[in-house]
Design a protein around this ligand. Structure first.
Ligand code: G6P
Length: 611
């Protein structure tokens, strides 16, 4: 989960690389570095800390001259963040410079082998092995760079996206990937590599997406993609039509706030093209009614907030399809010999489409014969490419580490899918189907309305931002949502919080509730409203201070809680789309009031491409 960018062209590389890295900082931000060929040799600049440290050191790149280079922003896996461990890593003689995203799993064996050959290592990174091995093969076989790369990738195990330059070929930039994202940007007299399009969107919108073990050679005049046998691979350029402003802060103080505010549009963009003449139309998927009828189970796999969408989806899909649904975190699913086969639909949810565990879970499901369907935001990403069917969320680029609009659009796709499948299977009535579609279409305006009342939540946050522990409780779909409310808060404000099924709290955790403990009670699921209020009474009796969230008109909540936020009412299945908004705002305002680094919380990265 590091960010890579590379450039070859007519402009100065360093300023351009630093600008590109700024866009990738969400992928990792504990150190950064660049390597540029300065006309005589490779010149390397690296610094521990945020990209700004490096940028200040290089006067925004002005002090490093040269028109070919590679850059990297790091999220440490092997070796602590330090100047030495930052990338680019170079070979013994300084001839090769390498930036890497991923993990070389057999790096110790390779390091021992190379050390035995008298090669000196300076860093603790797995990446240095790649730089050293490149030079070792280059000399041993007296080969060209291409062959050295091909030999290296035959030798290394694990995942990698690599950007490589060599002093001996200063007019060539090389790249290769396996299980880690990397794209090639196609320009006029200049070309690029990057972990993510946002890094190069200012220069080009035409890209190649690379497949595993394709080796790319970039010159100023062109890009050639090869397989490891050096056959040329014909690639189709993909045009990226993301609005560049979508990847800019546009006057907002934080990306997270901007992305919270973009949710009405993102949800509308995701839903509108898929509702036609009062019907859910999912042109993008090929699942037939017969196939749907053949599924005995649906298994949802995902990580982080996408997993939380999966928990909501369990309630929604079971209700609409009457097919049993299981939800699993991808890192567990992949290693527990899951019981899936061709009678199981595996639904994979991922914003980036590159999360290592989720991708591995998808592959495991396919290996076992399951039918796979994914909900993904990044077009052409690995998960999207490898799934039998894909439903895209049209959230646009999401930059803040804490997801908001991707979560909301994933939920929107889940509702579309639930209604679509319920209708196809005949497990819901025509009335339920029609009403569900109408409710879905209202969601963007309802989200806007909640956002316009955000001062209420801001006020509550101003009174509670010093809380030490916060518990989120709810039942049914409110419980599913409490998981996300709790995660959002802890990841950006660093306040300890836990989410509990309201009825479960008394089985142990209520012992932590004492005078003044903040409890957020989600009570939008009206069939269980009274039960949730009973649980609120239990925490109140132990001194808790309670924020209640429910739907307009449910004023009974006022006598049980200390502060109330009302939300417009919708179909109970869709209520999480509305309830999540105040929870996102609460987390955001609390973190802002505590002075936290909201878009780049400590220890986290947005795209987790290592397991
Ligand atoms: C990281 C992010 C989360 C995200 C999770 C899964 O932990 O910080 O916001 O939910 O990865 O990412 P994905 O791209 O697969 O949705």
């Amino acid at each position: 989960m590091c960010g890579i960018v590379g450039y070859i062209g007519g402009d100065q590389a360093a300023p351009l690389l630093l600008k590109g890295l700024e866009k990738l900082e969400y992928r990792g931000y504990d150190s950064a570095g660049v390597a540029v060929y300065n006309g005589k040799q490779l010149e390397i600049a690296k610094a521990k800390g945020r990209l700004k440290v490096l940028s200040d050191m290089l006067e925004e790149g002005k002090t490093l001259k040269g028109t070919i280079g590679i850059g990297h922003t790091r999220w440490a896996t092997h070796g602590a963040p330090s100047d030495i461990n930052s990338h680019p890593q170079v070979s013994d003689s300084g001839k090769f410079a390498v930036v890497h995203n991923g993990i070389i799993e057999n790096y110790l064996t390779l390091k021992n082998f190379l050390t035995g050959k008298g090669i000196q290592f300076v860093s603790e990174t797995d990446t240095e092995v790649v730089a050293q091995l490149l030079e070792y093969y280059y000399h041993k076989y007296q080969c060209d760079i291409f062959e050295a790369i091909a030999r290296v990738i035959h030798k290394v195990e694990g995942s990698y996206a690599l950007g490589i330059i060599c002093e001996d070929c200063p007019d060539e930039l090389y790249a290769v990937r396996k299980d880690s994202p990397l794209i090639v940007g196609l320009g006029e007299g200049e070309n690029f590599i990057a972990s993510d399009v946002t890094a190069i969107l200012a220069h080009t919108r035409e890209i190649y997406r690379l497949n595993d073990d394709e080796i790319v050679r970039l010159t100023r005049g062109g890009v050639t993609v090869y397989n490891t046998d050096r056959d040329v691979v014909e690639k189709q350029a993909v045009h990226i039509d993301w609005d560049i402003s979508a990847a800019e802060k546009g006057g907002y103080e934080h990306f997270m706030f901007k992305e919270i505010m973009e949710q009405p549009k993102a949800i509308r963009d995701t839903i509108s093209p898929r509702i036609r003449n009062g019907k859910v139309v999912l042109d993008d998927i090929t699942l037939t009614r017969e196939q749907l009828e053949s599924f005995r189970r649906i298994v949802i796999v995902a990580c982080g907030s996408a997993y939380h969408v999966g928990v909501v989806a369990k309630y929604a899909l079971e209700k609409m399809t009457r097919i049993p649904v299981e939800v699993d975190v991808a890192s567990e699913f992949r290693y527990r010999e899951p019981l899936v086969d061709e009678k199981v639909l595996v639904l994979v949810i991922s914003q980036s489409g590159e999360t290592a565990d989720t991708l591995a879970a998808l592959r495991e499901a396919k290996r076992l014969g399951a039918r796979t369907l994914s909900i993904v935001n990044v077009v052409g990403s690995s998960i999207a490419n490898e799934s039998d069917d894909v439903l895209y969320t049209w959230a646009g680029p999401e930059i803040a580490v804490a997801t908001t609009k991707a979560y909301s659009t994933q939920l929107a796709v889940v509702y579309l899918l639930a209604l679509y499948m319920g209708n196809l299977l005949g497990t819901i009535s025509q009335e339920t189907y029609a009403a569900g579609i109408q409710d879905l279409e209202k969601l963007p305006d309802q989200v806007s309305e909640i956002l316009s009342n955000r001062e209420h939540i801001q006020y509550f946050a101003s009174k509670n931002f010093n809380a030490k522990d916060i518990f989120f409780i709810g039942r049914n779909i409110d419980y599913a949502l409490s998981l996300e409310g709790s995660l959002k808060l802890k990841e950006i404000s660093y306040i300890h919080s836990e989410a509990y099924a309201a009825g479960e709290l008394k089985h142990g955790t209520i012992s932590l509730v004492e005078d003044g403990t903040l409890v957020v009670a989600l009570a939008s699921y009206l069939p269980l409203f009274d039960k949730t209020m009973s649980n609120v009474k239990e925490v109140k009796a132990r001194g808790a201070y309670v924020l209640g969230l429910t739907v307009e008109g449910k004023t009974a909540i006022e006598k049980e809680t200390d502060f109330v936020f009302y939300l417009p009412q919708t179909n109970s299945m869709m209520q999480p789309s509305l309830m999540v908004i105040p929870l996102q705002l609460f987390a955001y305002y609390v973190a802002a009031m505590k002075g936290c680094d909201i878009d780049k919380p400590r220890n986290l990265a947005k795209s987790v491409t290592v397991e």
